[in-house]
Design a protein around this ligand. Structure first.
Ligand SMILES: [Zn+2]
Length: 165
């Protein structure tokens, strides 16, 4: 069932109830463009095998489930199921961190790619040496991409319970 499975492009279309206005996925395309233009060519963005993706994911979310999404068009993540799904193209550091971040930010409380999500993503990118926090924030400012500074520093202390174990 796809009910609580957030496909990157079609997530909200598949939900049985429309999201409340406050949870509108207002900057999804902007974030995708930002990742393509600013992050994916970074030298620390590496191609990874599926076991390497799993090791990376468990560093930040010890109980995460990583599914082989071979043949799927879109990468996916579910906060509720604590699960990410990775087609071959998505097995690169930036995309894996993006999907991990979805398992750390509850999309029933915060917009799917909102400022809180981007804050957690920046914390993970910084941990993996894909830009410093000041560099990422400056790039985001130039792209008018919203991020919540509190959530950059919130990780790993107050995100998912399993991430604290
Ligand atoms: Zn996403």
């Amino acid at each position: 069932m796809f009910d609580n499975f957030n496909l990157e492009l079609f997530g909200h279309l598949m939900l049985s109830n429309p999201p409340s206005p406050i949870l509108r996925d207002f900057q999804r395309q902007k974030l995708y463009r930002f990742e393509e233009a600013r992050l994916q060519m970074h030298p620390s963005n590496q191609h990874l095998s599926l076991p390497e993706c799993t090791a990376l994911a468990r560093k930040y979310n010890p109980r995460i489930k990583v599914k082989d999404g071979r043949g799927r068009r879109h990468a996916g993540a579910s906060f509720q199921d604590n699960l990410i799904t990775l087609p071959r193209w998505a097995r690169q550091t930036v995309i894996v961190l993006h999907e991990i971040a979805h398992t750390l930010v509850d999309d029933r409380k915060y917009p799917h790619h909102g400022a809180e999500f981007v804050g957690v993503l920046f914390a993970l990118l910084n941990q993996e040496s894909i830009g410093t926090i000041p560099e990422l924030c400056e790039a985001a400012n130039q792209s008018k991409l919203r991020y919540d500074r509190n959530w950059i520093y919130r990780y790993p202390h107050q995100t998912r319970r399993s991430a604290r174990l």
